[in-house]
Write a protein that binds this ligand. Structure first.
Ligand code: FAD
Length: 414
């Protein structure tokens, strides 16, 4: 370590919490600030999957055609807020420019070191603390209507298999033996081994905030509005409660990082893929492993307080209220997949994945400002948060993480 620093971490989602804890463990003075949290953003209601297998971006070859078809089909899990479409065009064009085999392979290579040991990273973050309670190891199951639906995803399965996650195929009568909850519309399962899940993401983040406090960090509720700079370097974070002096700041405010980077004169290509959950209370059945319901594109995770079904993508403004259609589609697909499932009530939630066109987060110093980016983790922020936090702590402490961080360069869009 090159000296004790005073550091403000902005945003108490999984990325900010992990950064704050690892920075504190590296010996720094750490204050974590959130306007509403902990876990007031996407980290509250996600599917809870430690998705080590999720290294394949959404923008695979052919996404242009499929995406358009999906957007015009009310039963497809991709929605567009058309009034926002004109603002989205620059991001969409960049997003489409990566939809080639070379673009996918580049993203996969870059994401693997960030995702591949997620379960161990969560365990290391929480070892010996009460927060460890919410981490479970598990296999993971993709549920398909039939073999044709599985074959349609052969491109992704070839990449996953090469990455060390070949599927065990379960079909015919064995499907219901392996997963008794699956209804007659599910006729094939692809199971991968050695993954994990969080059994209550919101409570997990609350517990991580307690870990930070127990280890000597400070949590404050305040809204960050701007940065005070001297000779191009940060001296204070300006909040609605006044300026807070610091040597460094970590910007981990999820989708809201977009506004804060404009204060630094940057225009980061960050948009949100809005997603939804239905959290079913007192369900009559639970799956044996967490699952991905491929028709409908939502995760199904047995949690401590019920069954969470979370997913879909809605492209739109992060300032607009939730829509009804994505929630109704999840509800319909739950019925389709699990016709015998009953439950008392369902919590409805919308969250915002912070997404870049190349599907890679921004991790590292913004210019030479002393402000470090830790945002843009799209569909895999829960999985990648603890590793991101370690890298941020290493960078600020003057250590070089043993990994090529250039794909995550925080300055690549400027
Ligand atoms: C439906 C859905 C399902 C998902 N499922 C999974 C999954 O199974 N596995 C997975 O790995 N990922 C999943 N994700 C993605 C994951 O949830 C996100 O990538 C991750 O939570 C992003 O974390 P974050 O810390 O960057 O941001 P957030 O969790 O959004 O946190 C940002 C925080 O910053 C605070 N903040 C914002 N502005 C300010 C300000 N000006 N001042 C102070 N504080 C501020 C907010 O209050 C918030 O608490 C899912 C997402 C969705 C929407």
């Amino acid at each position: 370590m090159s000296g004790k620093r005073s550091i403000i971490v902005i945003g108490a989602g999984i990325c900010g919490l992990s950064s704050a804890i690892w920075l504190r463990r590296a010996g720094h003075e750490v204050t974590l600030i959130d306007k509403d949290g902990p876990a007031a953003g996407a980290s509250y209601g996600n599917a809870g999957l430690l998705a080590q297998w999720a290294m394949i971006p959404v923008n695979t070859p052919g996404i242009g055609k499929t995406g358009l078809k999906y957007m015009l089909d009310r039963n497809a899990p991709l929605f567009m807020q058309w009034r926002y479409f004109p603002k989205l065009i620059p991001w969409l064009l960049k997003f489409m420019s990566y939809a080639s085999d070379a673009g996918v392979r580049r993203t996969v290579d870059a994401l693997m070191p960030m995702l591949g040991d997620s379960v161990e990273q969560h365990q290391a973050l929480t070892r010996g603390t009460p927060a460890a309670h919410w981490i479970e190891t598990s296999d993971f199951t993709y549920a398909y209507a039939n073999r044709a639906a599985f074959d349609a995803e052969s491109y992704g399965w070839a990449i996953r298999s090469d990455a060390g996650y070949p599927p065990e195929i379960i079909d015919g009568a064995a499907v219901r033996e392996a997963e008794p909850m699956a209804g007659p519309n599910i006729n094939m399962l692809a199971r991968i081994k050695g993954h994990g899940h969080i059994t209550n993401p919101g409570a997990y983040c609350e517990a991580l905030a307690d870990v930070l406090a127990a280890e000597g960090g400070v949590f404050r509720r305040a809204t960050v509005q701007d940065f005070e700079m001297s000779d191009g370097r940060i001296t204070s974070v300006i909040t609605n409660q006044g300026p807070m002096p610091c040597d460094h700041a970590v910007l981990a405010a999820g989708i809201w990082s977009k506004e804060l980077t404009t204060k630094l004169g940057l225009k980061v290509a960050l948009e949100t893929e809005r997603g939804y959950h239905l959290h079913l209370k007192n369900p009559s059945q639970m799956p044996r492993t967490p699952m991905m319901m491929v028709k409908g594109k939502f995760g199904v995770n047995p949690m401590e307080t019920g069954l969470r079904c979370a997913g879909t993508v809605e492209l739109g403004s992060h300032k607009a209220p939730p829509s009804k259609a994505p929630i109704e589609l999840i509800r319909k697909n739950i019925k389709w997949a699990f016709p015998n499932l009953t439950y008392d009530e369902a919590e409805e939630w919308m969250g915002m994945r912070p997404s870049t066109p190349d599907s890679l987060p921004l991790v590292g110093e913004i210019g030479q400002t002393g402000i470090y980016a830790a945002f843009g983790h799209q569909h895999v922020g829960l999985t990648a948060g603890p590793k991101t936090g370690r890298w941020i702590a290493d960078l600020i402490s003057g250590k070089r993480p043993n990994v090529d961080l250039s794909p995550y360069d925080a300055n690549r869009f400027t």
